[in-house]
Design a protein. Sequence first.
Length: 295
Amino acid sequence: FAGYISQVLKNYTDHACDGEYVSLRCPHRTTISIQSSFYGRIVPSHQLCPSRYPHSYAPLIKEDVACSVGTSLQKMLDECQDRRSCQFLVNSRLFGTDPCPGTGKYLLVWYKCRPNEYKSKVACEDDKLRLSCKKSMVIAIYSAIFGRTQGGSLECPYQNLGMPMIECQSATALQLMIKRCHGKRSCSIYASTYEFGDPCYPGIQKHLNVIYTCDNTPLLLPVDETEPPGLSSSSSSMEPVGVGTEMALLSNILAAYAFITENPERAALYFVSGVCIGLVLTLLALVLRVSCRTD
């Protein structure tokens, strides 16, 4: 489960130069969610995507390092949003008018992998937020925001008390929600500055917005083997690094502790049953040993 969470929460970054293929791919049961995109050039070619012109012609070509296309985000949304994987050739024709002809450009993409099925819950400031999943399923937090967003919240309307509408968010909301609810069947937390700190100016009303999914898959499922081999090989470098043994062990300990605290009677019953079974097996082994010696 820890490995699955790490892949879902990971912020992916990919890039491709002009004339190269860009390949985005997400794990099983998740889809691509484009966060941001850039097409153009803002660094010299010797730092990223070297020029294809011979070195002898390089001094004669003036490179534009303040070149960008405003349609790159919309293009990425059209090509890849809500898909399991996507691949296409990068060139200036895809993004409309070339803003800097003669300058080699590149595409940068930032994206996340969003679960196919997810839920959203909102709690106003000082209210308690409760998350729960069905039996045999556990919580997987996708995103968490505590503060005030530009669009506000329908559940917690903004009351104008003479304060300007300023967006402010806690930088630790996601980490705290993972710590509280990671791998549990249910959890609760107050949407308060005591828990999350106060990222806004005094007097600004805040709310907690959490997007999560309920998952019964303990480990990340293997990717489909029916996809084109070219896409699989090109995206292998985008696979996130697996979680270490310590992280997996910690996750299991937290899950066991959460189960014991939420189900003390059942945990005690399992413990007593285990002890009884151990005693019975020990007695049977002793009887067999004595009978074998007698024979």
